[in-house]
Design a protein around this ligand. Structure first.
Ligand code: NDP
Length: 462
């Protein structure tokens, strides 16, 4: 399938950066090779005095994998992009420099801010509304602000430059296939929706346990921590999809309205010593790899007390979810890699006498990347038919042919903000976690420890 994009030029600011080389360009390459970006021109920009050849070298290296898998048409398109791409040296924070470049490029242009967050903000502030041609799309990376106040300020600046549906706040974690997999499961099965509420569901957990440790990212991570890095953005989005009311359609307006409604009703309630937990890993090993103590890693300031594992209980104060805890947890350097949403149903009200063997409530688990579905049900066991046994029904859910950043870019280039975080939602996600961040900064919740490679601190049994 080939498709024309509404965007003519993709301008990547931060051309020499890690995100551009490792994720954006390979994502773009697969998108181009599969015919989803016909006619697009790629432009790179950065503060380094790179030659055209240096930029081309970077593009070629990032395109190599897609090039080797592509059919003839796809290879032709990748070649065309390489032949027409250009590099511009500029300081995006300097008055007039970005505006000058924007004025030279064939529009509509999508401007991808692959820059440190502070620089992105200054770059937007340096632009005047009349310097941004109509149809321009602005693509903002995470983190979007550092609290509710700064997110609100950034939203105000962006609103002067482009309409909301031309602003893409990226959350690469939730690919289109994953979003649609959750919605398909929830809203295309009559047997699920009637029990998807406080009457039948005891709790919902969204868990993202990584076996990766800091991996040299102290500069970013030590200033962020697990709550900001994962829960504030990604896990709240998944929670919202698990909890939304049935939308009339899966277009951006219906879906993003439904997500915003759920997040507006959500909060983490004090006392935070009960609704939140935080911990930091010490030295250990994972699959034979020695992991140093986080506090002793290069670039880490131990006095910051940055958490590498965070868990919060979110309450959704609406009719459907009153009293059902949504537990969100994410951490690094854990022994078992686990990325899933787990719905635990309430026990049956009465098991006919004579049956034995039921020892756990039904659980439905949606695994992420690759997306899977597992449903635990009790059936009559082999041998003694009165003895109930647990079986797990499993399915693999649909996967995308694109890389995660290819999905992000597809939305940007075709003008579909479905996967972008809307302005009000970006602020609400900070509103939910801000009081916890403040309580943690004041030391009101103890920072526990866990050994790298373990399942977390003792007593955290999820
Ligand atoms: P890097 O520090 O690797 O790259 C930043 C880029 O910004 C560099 O190319 C740098 O160029 C450029 N830059 C800095 N100041 C200016 C300026 N004044 N004018 C023009 N260019 C400038 O950061 P990352 O690529 O890691 O991250 C970029 C964004 O993406 C961040 O918001 C990050 O949070 C987000 N992100 C990153 C991920 C990752 O895995 N890397 C994953 C998800 C999100 P130069 O070196 O020439 O100054």
């Amino acid at each position: 399938m080939t498709s024309q994009t509404t965007v003519k030029t993709l301008l990547i600011l931060g051309a020499s950066g890690d995100l551009t080389g490792r994720l954006l360009l390979p994502g773009l390459a697969r998108l181009v090779a599969r015919g989803h970006a016909e006619g697009l021109t790629l432009v790179g920009a950065g503060s380094d005095p790179w030659t055209e050849d240096q930029w081309l070298e970077r593009v070629e290296a990032s395109f190599a994998a897609a090039d080797s898998e592509a059919e003839a048409d796809g290879r032709g398109e990748l070649k065309r992009i390489r032949e027409t791409t250009s590099y511009h040296q500029l300081d995006v924070t300097a008055e007039g420099q970005l505006a000058g470049l924007l004025g030279q490029l064939a529009g509509p242009v999508a401007v991808y801010f692959a820059l440190p967050p502070r620089i992105s903000q200054l770059a937007c502030e340096a632009l005047a509304p009349e310097q941004v041609p109509q149809g321009t799309r602005l693509v903002m990376e995470k983190p979007f602000g550092s609290d509710q106040e700064s997110a609100r300020h950034l939203n105000k600046v962006l609103a002067t430059l482009a309409p909301e549906d031309h602003i893409h706040r990226v959350d690469h974690f939730l690919g289109k296939a994953t979003v649609l997999n959750i919605l398909g499961l929830r809203f295309a099965n009559t047997f699920l929706e009637p029990v998807w509420n406080r009457e039948y569901i005891e709790k919902v957990e969204v868990i993202f346990d990584e076996d990766l440790a800091l991996e040299g990212r102290a500069r970013y991570y030590d200033g962020a921590g697990a709550l900001r890095d994962m829960i504030q953005s990604h896990l709240l989005q998944i929670m919202a999809l698990m909890a939304i009311e049935p939308p009339a359609s899966v277009d951006e307006r219906d879906l993003r309205d439904a997500v915003a409604t759920v997040l507006r009703a959500s909060s983490i309630k004090p006392p935070y010593t009960e609704s939140t937990r935080r911990a930091r890993y010490t030295a250990g090993s994972i699959s034979g790899r020695e992991i140093p103590n986080y506090a002793k890693e290069e670039g880490v300031d131990p006095s910051r007390n940055t958490e590498t594992l965070a868990e919060v209980q979110v309450d959704i104060d609406n009719w459907r979810w009153q009293g059902v805890p949504f537990i969100l947890r994410s951490g690094k350097a854990l022994g078992d890699k686990r990325k899933e949403a787990v719905v635990t149903f309430r026990p049956v009200p009465h098991l006919p006498r004579g049956f034995t063997g039921v020892d756990a409530p039904n659980q439905l688990r949606i695994g992420f990347g690759p997306d899977t579905l597992q449903f635990d049900v009790d059936v009559n066991g082999p041998g003694n038919v009165l003895d109930l046994d647990r079986v797990t029904l499993q399915a693999e859910l649909s996967a995308s042919e694109l890389l995660p950043y290819g999905e992000v870019l597809e939305g940007v280039l075709t003008g579909d903000p479905l996967l972008s975080v809307r302005a009000d939602t970006a602020e609400d996600c900070w509103r939910i976690v801000d009081p916890v961040l403040q309580a943690w900064a004041q030391g009101n919740v103890p920072l526990e420890e866990y050994r790298a490679g373990s399942s977390g601190p003792e007593g955290w049994t999820t």
